[in-house]
Design a protein around this ligand. Sequence first.
Ligand SMILES: [Zn+2]
Length: 185
Amino acid sequence: MSVLDSILEFNENFVEKKDYEQYQTSKFPDKKLVILTCMDTRLLEMLPRALNLSNGDAKIIKNAGAMISHPFGSIMRSIIVALYELQAEEVAVIGHYGCGMTGLESNSILDKAEDRGIDLAKIEAASYAGVDVDKWLHGFNDVEDSVKNSVDIIRRHPLLPANTPVHGLAISPDTGKLTVLDRAE
Ligand SMILES: [Zn+2]
């Protein structure tokens, strides 16, 4: 059975048994919090449990590395939407130790892409169109530096409401322990 088939089978049962009732809440975060964190599978349940977050408590935005690479990209837009439209009042960037984006170089992906039949000339065409593909695929050298950099981008953003606390943290994917890297006043 494919993963999708097993999901669909489970889902039918989930809805039929009204298992959704225990999760019903509103779209507004009860703890007025928006979190940017990593898509790492180890954090799927660990992060909400380790922060005592239940359904309805926070807006959680995820990407590879909990990185903001552009002040007017989709991650920053999500944060702005959470702050203006969804009643969030506080922001936390939570990177994690042992992140797959640590030390990631664009060559690692581009070499694999070439092995899988991608014509890299097309990628060069993107570079000519103004996209710095190497930078776009680059991870970071140190998760703590990366979190602080993302925190700076948020704090300096011209659309950030005045006095919005923006914090930077890192979580252990093994123990769930949080380390505060940069705490808003
Ligand atoms: Zn990660």
